[in-house]
Design a protein. Structure first.
Length: 312
């Protein structure tokens, strides 16, 4: 048993595999053990295909930056050939005919996918508790939410089942669960990652697929591997200046950060504990050398929700 499995991020695990210190099968054994031990309590993974992953480990995975790293995909927009998508709904059970473009690019990094993670029905709310599969629990406290809509992926990473997992974000679906589970989540800019070939965009460009990770560098390295327009993309954005992994390694310059405390739901009172954590975060950022300013934009809440529902 590879007992040190949870101590490494994805890049470090792949380095061990490439150096011959552990095999892809041994790393997958560790992930499967973690899943078998933890998932009954978390309900983060709702579909498994372990045998397929073991076959891939034995046959040989692409020797990319994540060679041999166990991986999971969110059960919403990622099409993985011959495996189902339910989108968290009792009315959906689609067997994917082929890989979506971003899955092809993720596979090329060497990740070894062995399952799909839980999501709210159609990814529409910020907590993962669909009637189709049941609630995903926060790894730090049973009965508390893991966030959504990428709640299953965030719980899988935070608990140590995998070092990173596929996720997607339209209105916070990477950022909410990453924050609630204490892991790293980045929503890429519109058009940075592909979402085809069956779709050109989602929610008028608001939807972006990427990953939730244990480390910043894993997120950056995966974005290096997946970014770029696909054939038929509705728009093309400028490529990055250098690599995202190089950018993640640089010390940050001083930033000016706005602290916004106004809720986006009318007549809502923000919990005192949440406000206290926000203030604590602001002080920590200032201690790191950044400039924090309090900013409350004049938002027309009613118009915001009207426009949001039109998009949905």
């Amino acid at each position: 048993m590879f007992k040190e499995y949870t101590q490494y991020d994805a890049i470090a695990l792949a380095a061990l595999v490439n150096a011959g210190e552990v095999s892809a099968k041994e790393v997958l054994d560790a992930a499967v053990y973690q899943a078998n031990t933890l998932n009954p309590k978390l309900n983060a993974i709702i579909h498994r295909f372990d045998e397929r992953a073991y076959h891939a480990a034995q046959a040989g995975l692409p020797s990319g930056i994540f060679n041999g790293v166990p991986y999971l995909l969110k059960d919403l927009s990622f099409s993985f050939a011959d495996e189902p998508i339910t989108m968290g709904s009792r009315s959906v059970n689609i067997i994917s005919e082929s890989d979506s473009e971003i899955v092809k690019r993720m596979k090329a990094t060497g990740v070894n996918t062995f399952g799909k993670t839980n999501t709210p029905e159609f990814g529409l709310i910020i907590t993962t508790e669909p009637k189709a599969h049941g609630a995903t629990h926060n790894p730090f406290k049973k009965g508390y939410s893991s966030g959504g809509s990428s709640g299953g992926s965030a719980a899988s990473v935070a608990s140590g089942i995998v070092p990173m997992a596929g996720a997607g974000d339209g209105g916070g679906s990477i950022r909410f669960p990453a924050a609630w589970c204490g892991v790293f989540g980045l929503k890429p800019s519109r058009g940075r990652n592909p979402i085809g070939p069956k779709f050109g965009e989602g929610w008028e460009g608001a939807v972006a697929d990427h990953v939730i990770t244990r480390s910043v560098r894993d997120s950056a390295a995966m974005l290096d591997a997946t970014n770029g327009a696909e054939i038929g993309a509705p728009y093309v954005i400028a490529p990055p200046d250098g690599t995202f992994l190089q950018a993640a390694m640089r010390a940050p310059r001083q930033l000016t950060i706005a602290l916004h405390q106004q809720p986006l739901i009318a007549n809502t009172v923000v919990d005192k504990e949440v406000l206290a954590v926000l203030e604590q975060t602001a002080k920590q950022l200032e201690a790191m050398g950044h400039r924090v300013i309090h900013a409350e934009p004049n938002i027309n809440i009613e118009q915001f929700w009207h426009d949001f529902m039109v998009v949905v």
